[in-house]
Design a protein around this ligand. Structure first.
Ligand code: URA
Length: 238
């Protein structure tokens, strides 16, 4: 059982606030009974009617995809490139939670649960993202420290981040750096390294909101368990 306004918002019909207005104005019926109390609860199997129309409760679906490089994080690409939707089989209309660049690989969640999507992308919730970046050249620890303290990208200072230098390969002239951030600005990782004079030549997201790519190979996906979905929801309550 869940609050009626939450069920309505979860169905994608409207926002929770709008659902509250509809309930209070007597437009919502549950199993034929008019509900005007905002504390009322219902279940997903109840017949919910709004303005005389039955509410269609879409099945919620949650996919964890190991996105390969060379795939766009949109549902439809105007240039005809392969999209993340081409990699999964579903009858639901799913949307990616945030985005990874065309040339970035790694963990991407896709879902039709708008509420969870909002929770996961809202800066207030500080959702943790862990990336491994391959950097051209040999990184200097003091530069990485400076980047972690915050650098200017697109006119704003980035929040504090954590980094671990995983490899400095003198022979092949590259470095591997693991970077943990809680923001999700456009091309954030590449721009953070750029701000300290380094070029990212390869980027992979290894973790998102505590989830990992464990058990998956590039291009493959799995469904989240109910327990994992509940854990993700709990990240919004802190
Ligand atoms: N930061 C980037 O620069 N690119 C991504 O795809 C994700 C984070």
């Amino acid at each position: 059982m869940e609050r009626l306004q939450k069920i309505i918002a979860n169905s994608g019909y409207c926002s929770r606030r709008k659902a509250e207005v509809l309930i209070e104005s007597g437009k919502v019926f549950v199993n034929g009974e008019k509900i005007t109390n905002l504390g009322a609860k219902a279940s997903y199997s109840d017949q919910i009617t709004i303005n005389g129309c039955n509410l269609k409760l879409e099945n919620k679906e949650y996919i964890l995809l190991y996105k390969p490089r060379g795939v766009v994080t949109t549902t439809n690409d105007e240039k005809g490139r392969k999209t993340v939707m081409d990699l999964i089989s579903t009858t639901n209309r799913l949307y990616p939670v945030g985005r990874l660049d065309y040339d970035t690989s790694g963990l991407l969640i896709l879902t039709n649960d708008g509420e969870l999507t909002n929770l996961l992308i809202h800066p207030r919730n500080n959702i943790e993202k862990v990336y491994v970046a391959k950097i051209e050249g040999l990184v200097k620890p003091e530069f990485i420290k400076k980047m972690c303290a915050g650098v200017m990208i697109d006119g704003k200072k980035t929040a504090k981040a954590k980094a671990k230098i995983k490899k400095i390969d003198k022979k092949n002239n590259f470095s591997l750096v693991e970077l943990t951030i809680h923001e999700g600005k456009n091309h954030q990782v590449k721009k953070m390294f750029e701000a300290i004079g380094y070029k990212v030549t390869k980027l992979k997201r290894e973790k998102f909101a505590g989830l990992t790519l464990s058990g998956l190979t590039s291009g493959k996906y799995r469904h989240l368990t109910i327990k994992e979905v509940k854990t993700l929801y709990s990240l919004g309550k802190k």
